[in-house]
Design a protein around this ligand. Structure first.
Ligand code: ATP
Ligand code: MG
Length: 237
């Protein structure tokens, strides 16, 4: 069996100014190509865990390996580069740049990573052409592609954020509850598009939500409180 894409061991994290909260994860592994759904109540540490996986936060102890590299052994600049090259982040509040167009927001991932740019254009597409291909796959009308991103609905902005996470085929796509503003029918349709696109680009998907009704269609569902308590086998339901 190949080495896991994500491997966490004996992870311990605490916010400097929040003595009431600790995150302890004895063991957690995700294999290449898996689509994992992680749920847990508000405040259970889901976004904190994603911040650790993205190298934005640093644990007090433990190891945090992605693609065989231990993030805890890297300096901040190396972690930032690693994140830009290998992780597509889809944020809880999208984090789109308000004064840029739809396509320019998608292209940000390529501006911060030569590797993602090379992968986005490998099939002979221009970067903008690849951004537009992805946006169209995600069902965003081409008439909107050049619009300023703030002139889009929330559901449309969410698809822009998804295209930005997917462009340049990052090995890992991490989505932090990006569907909370949508109605149930649109949530389901969006999740299906996201899973399909991850499959096409060979990306491993880690999707986080407090709403475990969204878990259908994922390979594995687990809860953060259970992960922390037992270190489990990652198959908790
Ligand atoms: N920047 C911060 N500084 C200090 N404490 C923080 C910070 N961000 C989060 N926390 C604390 O860490 C705990 C976990 O927060 P986190 O944002 O990871 O939860 P979550 O599971 O993502 O919740 P939600 O479902 O509401 O997004 C909370 O108790 C919160 O108060
Ligand atoms: Mg959160």
């Amino acid at each position: 069996m190949p080495a896991p894409l994500i491997r966490i061991e004996n992870l311990h994290f605490r916010w400097a100014d929040d003595a009431d909260f600790d995150l302890d994860i004895p063991r957690f592994e995700v294999h290449a190509g898996e689509r994992v759904f992680l749920h847990g109540p508000s405040g259970s540490g889901k976004s904190t865990l994603l911040g650790l996986l993205g190298g934005v936060l640093v644990p007090e102890r433990g190891s945090l390996q992605l693609l065989g590299n231990d993030l805890t052994q890297m300096r901040q600049a190396a972690r930032d580069r690693f994140r830009a090259d290998h992780i597509g982040f889809l944020f809880q509040l999208f984090n789109l740049i308000p004064y840029l167009s739809v396509v320019d927001n998608v292209l940000l991932s390529c501006r911060f990573s030569a590797r993602r740019l090379a992968r986005a254009t490998a099939a002979g597409n221009t970067p903008a052409g690849e951004a537009q291909r992805l946006l169209t796959r995600l069902d965003l009308d081409p008439a909107l592609h050049r619009r300023q991103v703030t002139r889009l609905s929330v559901g449309q902005q969410q698809r822009v954020a998804a295209a930005r996470a997917l462009i340049g085929q990052p090995e890992i796509v991490i989505a932090d509850e990006p569907t909370s503003a949508l109605d149930a029918e649109r949530q389901g349709a969006f999740l299906e598009l996201l899973r399909d696109e991850c499959e096409r680009s060979g990306s491993t998907l880690l999707f986080v939500s407090h709403d475990h009704r969204l878990a259908a269609g994922f390979d594995r569902e687990l809860s953060l409180p259970t992960l922390g308590a037992s270190g489990g086998d990652g198959n908790a339901r």
